[in-house]
Design a binder for this molecule. Structure first.
Ligand SMILES: Nc1ncnc2c1ncn2[C@@H]1O[C@H](COP(=O)(O)OP(=O)(O)OP(=O)(O)O)[C@@H](O)[C@H]1O
Ligand SMILES: [Mg+2]
Length: 485
């Protein structure tokens, strides 16, 4: 509104300036024309030609000047006029105008000051011969013509102002729409987000600043959705974990309780008792293994497990682990062999490395039929040392290969050679993966169902070992047979 007012004021001022300009330029034009006519009529005036002659000259000139030409004598008396102005012949110009003319000046007037029959732009140009003024040429241009030009200008100015106002209104509306609509949409989406409707995207439109805002909103919205999804996933994992833990505890506890009741109420004869007591011992072992695995995992999760990085001779680690399981492998009818690259040394936590090897060996023994083979190996591979436990066991279906590293995941309980209540809980490989990664290594598995599996993990080698330094003593050269002794 204010700008409309400003535009109107400006257009009024412009019209005024324009009017001034039109009058001045038209006056100049008339003066120039007047001078031309004055020189044309000067001889006739000088020799005192009769008014008819002067009138004749005017009649010839008239169509070319766009004004009504008069000729006055030195007394200011009209001698000749336009054909319609014959009644004006003999009229005398005002005194002061005549005086000015006689002194050789051009007189201009807006209105009827120079005796114009209608309000006009008038000029009086003296006709001078030698040094004397012998008369004057007067040109009247009716103001209606001048005003028409000015009116045209004013109309133009007004139209432009209105057009400008209209355009500015249209533009303002368009702009405010293009800004306000996307902003309103953004605000709506933000409210929805606050109410918990996540993952909502808004259209990226409008001016660049608004588009940038929309993009930022979309990024934030996606980020929130991701975070919530991650939280949901973690929460689900936690719930699954608790359910799994309770489930794993229930089986051995139920069986323990059953045996205890049978023993207490005398259903089991004293000579049979030792068999049941051994089963109860297995349950108890299973429970304590479960508890220690869970404790390990929870310590790893809370970042309380600190792994050391000390040089460990590969042969030493392998021999130690093999010694622990050798009798079990033999009892299971398995051939257990080792193959360690001489002098191989890794940067690791010796105890954790034992835990990893024992877990893999446990599995190999548990999932391999009697008569099968298990080989533990270690060899250098650039800056890493690769340990592997390979068996000729049942193998793992391809679709399970990624899943077996998850907590409580077991391919199929019935596949374990061991009785259900002594079978694994599915935590072993999860611990293996965590520990190897804590030591800066990687784990992997290759397996073919029915042919066997090869679980491997890589750890950084010590710098010395990588340079090829031989250890002081190396009793583990070559393969060593542990099974079948
Ligand atoms: N050498 C192997 N051969 C065949 N399957 C294997 C082998 N090692 C692991 N698996 C499969 O991967 C699953 C997960 O192994 P993991 O060691 O985590 O659990 P587990 O041995 O069942 O129980 P836990 O080790 O906690 O006592 C096993 O249940 C088994 O199905
Ligand atoms: Mg296991």
């Amino acid at each position: 509104m204010l700008s409309l007012f400003a535009l109107l004021v400006a257009s009024g001022f412009l019209t005024y300036l324009y009017r001034e300009y039109v009058i001045r330029s038209q006056t100049d034009e008339l003066v120039a024309d007047g001078r031309a006519i004055a020189s044309l009529v000067s001889t006739s005036l000088e020799v005192g030609s009769p008014p008819a002659v002067l009138q004749g000259i005017l009649d010839v000139i008239r169509p070319f000047v766009g004004a009504e030409p008069w000729i006055v004598n030195r007394a200011g008396v009209v001698l000749a006029t336009e054909p319609a102005g014959q009644s004006l012949l003999g009229v005398r110009l005002p005194r002061d105008a005549v005086d000015k003319i006689l002194s050789g000046q051009v007189v201009t007037d807006v209105g009827t000051g120079l005796r114009a029959p209608t309000p006009s732009l008038s000029v009086a140009v003296p006709v001078v011969v030698g040094r004397t003024t012998i008369g004057a040429v007067i040109l009247h241009r009716p103001l209606t013509g001048v005003e028409a030009v000015i009116a045209d200008g004013r109309r133009l100015a007004l139209t432009s102002v209105l057009l400008a106002a209209l355009l500015s209104v249209v533009f303002a509306t368009m702009l405010s729409r293009s800004v306000s609509r996307p902003l309103a949409r953004l605000a709506g989406a933000a409210r929805e987000l606050a109410r918990g409707g996540v993952g909502r995207e808004v259209a990226v439109e409008g001016p660049e600043e608004v588009r940038e805002l929309a993009r930022a909103f979309n990024r934030a919205s996606a980020e929130i959705a991701r975070t919530l999804e991650e939280q949901r996933r973690l929460e689900q994992m936690r719930r699954d974990f608790v359910a799994n833990v309770s489930h794993e505890f229930r089986a051995p506890l139920t069986s323990l309780r059953g045996f205890l009741e049978l023993l207490l109420d005398g259903t089991i004869a004293p000579d049979e008792a030792s068999r049941y007591l051994r089963l109860m011992r297995d349950d108890t072992e299973r429970l304590s293994r479960l508890v220690s695995d869970l404790l390990d995992l929870s310590r790893i999760d809370s970042g309380k497990v600190v792994v050391r990085a000390e040089p460990v001779a590969a042969w030493h680690a392998v021999e130690r682990a093999v010694a622990v399981v050798a009798s079990r492998a033999q009892a299971a009818g398995l051939t257990l062999t080792t193959r360690v690259e001489p002098g191989l040394e890794v940067l690791a936590d010796g105890e954790r490395l034992q835990q990893v090897l024992l877990n893999l060996l446990d599995n190999a023994i548990a999932y391999t039929e009697p008569g099968g083979r298990v080989e533990v190996s270690a060899e250098g591979d650039g800056p890493r040392a690769v340990f592997a436990v390979a068996d000729t066991g049942v193998g793992i279906p391809p679709q399970e290969l990624d899943l077996i590293w998850e907590r409580f995941h077991r391919v199929d309980r019935s596949r374990s050679r061991q009785a259900e209540n002594t079978g694994g809980t599915g935590l072993g490989l999860a611990i293996v993966k965590e520990l190897v990664e804590l030591m800066g290594g990687q784990v992997g598995v290759e397996s073919r169902p029915g042919e066997g599996s090869r679980f491997w993990f890589a750890l950084p080698r010590t710098a010395d070992a990588a340079l090829g330094r031989e250890p002081e003593r190396s009793p583990a050269r070559g393969a060593r047979e542990a099974g079948g002794r």
